[in-house]
Design a protein around this ligand. Sequence first.
Ligand code: A2P
Length: 275
Amino acid sequence: KQMNEQTAVTQTAAQVKTLPDAQTVTDVRHYTDRLFYFRVTRPRTLRFRSGEFVMIGLPDDNGKPIMRAYSIASPAWDEGLDFYSIKVQDGPLTSRLQHIQPGDQIILKPKPVGTLVLDALLPGKRLWLLATGTGIAPFASLMRDPDTYERYDQVIMMHTCREVAELEYGRELIESLPEDPLIGEFVGDKLKYYPATTREDFRTMGRVTDNLTSGKVFAELGLGCAKMDPAVDRAMVCGSLEFNKDIMAILDGWGLREGANSEPAEYVVEKAFVG
Ligand code: A2P
């Protein structure tokens, strides 16, 4: 039996290697039983804008690729590519992907796309990054892009998860930024981090939607206002469909309009991808 298993593993690796879009896993970190981070080599040809996503995947038992959209969580200047993923026990891709180890190969199509890009927003003063769960991934890229800080005086990252442990990937990353040798000087004191939970005790609790409409986040960050102003505030939104819908209603109510690459406006939205 052991022999068979070994043969099967070797075959899978060989199948992936023969694919033109194979990349090698260089790091894996598990945050909870539902969340993990991994890093892969970057194709030499891949150019992307911070906030964009690519299709990644693994072959199934028959060697047929199972591909899903994943936001690139690393900045454009980085030599590797970071990803942050949910683990779904019976998910076609993530049930397999959660077992990858350094040295393994994954498939990555080097065709980046997406709407969560700075170019899809009109110039402004304050940028709000609004995420739940793995929706923080595109912002992990944007928060490490010097352009973000060159375009905005202030950047506010609101991230809400059910439990404290689910905030850890974002917390680690954000707290390391001011000291980062490459991006630290751009970040300075422009980045404000507002993490919260909804189902476990934490210093700040409540949904992003509620903390916006109640004015709580504006008061706690000392912004001197109680809502966004379409003249100065810009927002990028990434969470579940329901989250996105509820946030859009709030932003629309404050007079912000949804933008796109072809027609920049005051906010942009993308669904957080799941396996
Ligand atoms: P809640 O615990 O009140 O449902 P999930 O793990 O289900 O994707 O949720 C991640 C986080 O997003 C949770 O804190 C959850 O809060 C919150 N959330 C879920 N749906 C919405 C929504 N429609 N508006 C605002 N926050 C939401």
